[in-house]
Design a protein around this ligand. Sequence first.
Ligand code: N01
Length: 539
Amino acid sequence: MEAKQFDAIVVGAGFAGLYMLHKLRERGLNVRVIEAADGVGGTWYWSRYPGARCDSDSIYYNFTFSEDLYKKWRWKERYAAQPEILEYLNFVADELELRPDIQFETYVKKATFNEDTKLWEIETDTDELFVAKYFISGVGCLSTTNIPPFEGVESFKGEKYHTGRWPHEKVDFTGKRVVVIGNGSSGVQAMPLIAKEAKELTLLMRTPHYVAEARNHPLTKEQQDEAISKYDEIRDSFFTTPGGIRMFTTGKSATEFTPQEQKETLEYVWKTGGLALGSVYPDVSVNKDTNAVVSQFVRDKIDEIVKNESTAKTLHPNYYITTKRLIIGTNYYEMFNQDNVNLVSLKDNPIVRIVENGVELQNGTVECDVIVFATGYDSMTGSILRMDIRGRGGQPLKEKWEEGKGVKTYLGLSVQNFPNFFMITGPQSPSVLTNMPSSIEQHVDWIDRCIEYLEENNIQTIEAQEESEKEWAKQCDDIANQTLFPYTNSWYTGANLDGTKRSGFVIFVGGLDNYRKICDQVADDNYNGFTLTRAEVLN
Ligand code: N01
């Protein structure tokens, strides 16, 4: 098979892959993006379930690297729905004329670093071989779907869907009995819409979650104009805020306010909608007292909204709010007042197996025509490890990150023994705790600057040093340990996948603004903590 030669291969044509392609092409590199789907969009190509929309205000959910590009696009709603986000990414691909350099319907099976040539050899399911100096993952944190290994899944005779791999055509729930497993962001967005059509909807819930009000609404022409006029401010928030997005905050601990003041502020936040329960008091993720105030406020809201007292109590979350991804929803708690909606707590009545006509629980079978798995993703590492990536000596990345030993990266960007391999929003970067386009722009800009440095200085390879990986993992853990995050089992620690062990905290929780400073300093110091080679070792 004849190898196709490129300077860089980028995997994935979502936000990350599209911007990486644009940057490197501007730098004059010969780049090919490889994408499994038949179109651009990444997560937003696949996650077509009813109600799918972003939970950052749309006006932040876009690229800001080009003022011209920013000003050409107008969002229609406060939180854009999946079709509009997909339309936006197609618009970007067209505006920047990216499509000629993207190969669709191609899946990267294996990537091997050749120590003789110092090049990556990338094999695809189309039996093609690509060879490139740089191998860059833009596969995202949440793209490998997780269907828990329930016994009997295959025996189910009805329809089965996963929110992250939804069919392109509309799924009609009219007159059907639907079981939903999972009530994270995806389940919470999908259920109220499914419940409008279905004869019956039963949520099988393992953990009750905190759901704030989205308060989505169409954007008026004036609001769109205002967003466009605020370009500088929005761009600035990508650089200067912990989440890459400006959020409402009092700037103080809840403990500095009287209970009455707390209530008034939290009522305001609830009424305005969005994720501001996570920002209104900056210490909500570190101070148990503040956390208790905000958590209790949501439990009280559940009691106000849900009429059946026992259902309301079952919906009460009891972990520290924000230590699992805060969710925003529309009509979620209200939905439990509908006669056709049932709630089962799996804590009291666990799933035994899936059978041909439904889901068998310890206390009986819930019969259904459709099962919706809203069970999330093999998050953070799943999509990277699904490609068989092999570094020096043929070592698989999977082996290096072996369960229990923990993810090892430097800055979440680079891995020792995997030279010239970069991850965009990889594990141990701030990624999912931020507005994703903000993190993606920061990562792509950093990788682009690094590649400029390598090319200008005639450097053959760059890779993390073992010591820097150890220090970075420690830094990620140390920061997380100062917060309430480690108290909660969540996919931030890989704990949602059955059988997956905790292995250190896989997200840098110190904020995108601080992370950016650290990354920039490393670059200013000529890539301190990395090993760089020409023919000889330089660093
Ligand atoms: O997945 P999740 P998601 N038996 O992992 C349950 C982004 N996103 O697709 O909490 C029974 O959050 C699991 O239960 P538990 C966003 O970053 C963004 O909803 O682990 N239940 C949980 O209820 C988000 O955080 C947007 O106890 C099982 C659910 O399945 C991330 O994607 C929209 C189970 C999984 O929730 C993932 O969200 C959608 C089992 N064996 C997604 N295994 C927006 O922008 C898992 N569960 C708004």
